[in-house]
Ligand binder design. Structure first.
Ligand code: NCD
Length: 321
């Protein structure tokens, strides 16, 4: 087997963290670091993607992910288009694959796709010539979210390996949790999942994580406390008695946070439901909350992904002959 070199990615698609090597994750994070500096400079316009066309196809709501992919593409000089299913031919009964093939035929270089069904984005990647990036598929994966979370952690703590990361809340329906646990375990962090039993997937321990159903116990000595939203839109039936009850046992407030290390950092992928999974006091704690920094990292990580996935490894620079 050929080991992926740390200078390129082994696939032209990014469907999940699963399958990425530590060297590939390291490459993505190192390049993202450079784009963080670039984004903080006054002139935020590069040309690594000049001439490229990126299409965002989001079949689910999004603020952070869609906007940051659009900004990332534009800051690298690409043409970026956004498609919403409400105003596309999806409304006329066109299938997901036909929509993707149509965009591919227009010589899009890269599609960023978000879809409510797990596996839908991977399926598209098998049918099109262009690169495909998963912007979140059902409860499966959200790879750029895990990469931006890792970048935010690595920049503050200087490493990922050996850290204790508690991921808390609706693990069952969360693609963010799945991508994060795979990435963090791959990079040598200790991962604890904290959730009511009804919100934990079966046999989740196979990911090399430990499981806790008591928040204070799961947070003990944690370096990172990552809170997740209750994904009501994916729930079939009732998983928690009430949001008030849920907050009492699984909501993060300063009292429960006191169990974690004194310098523990708080994370949340957004959108937050204040008073359900997290109290405003901790969410807005400027010394300990990484939530706004996560958003900043999101643009840089997406720039690194777009840059690496559209690099022409054959050295062929386009329609020469
Ligand atoms: C997450 C998602 O869509 O999976 N949001 C995001 O991309 N930042 C998490 C969520 O919706 O709760």
């Amino acid at each position: 087997m050929i080991m992926p070199s740390a200078e390129s990615l082994s696939s032209r698609h990014l469907i999940g963290i699963e399958g990425l090597s530590p060297a590939e994750i390291g490459l993505l994070l190192d390049l993202s670091d450079r784009y963080v500096d670039f984004n903080r400079s006054a002139n935020k316009k590069g040309d690594a993607l000049r001439g490229r066309t990126i299409i965002n196809v989001f079949f689910e709501n999004s603020t952070r992910t869609r906007t940051s992919f659009e900004l990332a593409g534009k800051r690298l000089g690409a043409d970026v288009i956004n498609i919403s299913p409400e105003v596309s031919s999806v409304r006329k009964g066109e299938t997901l694959l036909d929509t993707a093939l149509t965009l591919d035929a227009m010589h899009a270089d890269l599609l960023v796709v978000r879809h409510p069904e797990s596996g839908a984005v991977g399926l598209i990647s098998q049918k099109v010539r262009c690169s495909v990036v998963n912007g979140g598929d059902g409860a499966h994966e959200h790879p750029t979210q895990a990469l931006l979370d890792a970048l935010a952690i690595r920049r503050r703590k200087g490493k990922l390996s050996g850290l204790i990361v508690a991921i808390c809340g609706d693990i069952l329906h969360s693609r963010v949790a799945r991508s994060n646990m795979i990435l963090l375990r791959t990079m040598g962090a200790e991962v604890r999942l904290v959730a009511p039993r009804t919100l934990l997937p079966a046999e989740v321990e196979r990911y090399g994580v430990t499981v806790h159903s008591n928040l204070s116990e799961g947070l003990k000595d944690a370096d990172i406390v990552m809170m997740l939203r209750l994904q009501q839109e994916r729930m079939r039936g009732s998983f928690v008695p009430s949001t008030t009850e849920y907050f009492r046992f699984f909501g993060l407030d300063s009292q429960k946070l006191a169990m974690a290390k004194p310098d523990a950092l708080i994370m949340h992928p957004g959108p937050m439901n204040r008073g359900v999974e997290i109290d405003s006091d901790v969410a807005d704690d400027i010394n300990r909350s990484l939530i706004q920094e996560q958003v900043e990292m999101g643009v840089a990580v997406r720039m690194a992904c777009l840059d690496l996935l559209t690099r022409d490894l054959t050295g062929n620079e386009g329609p020469a002959e």
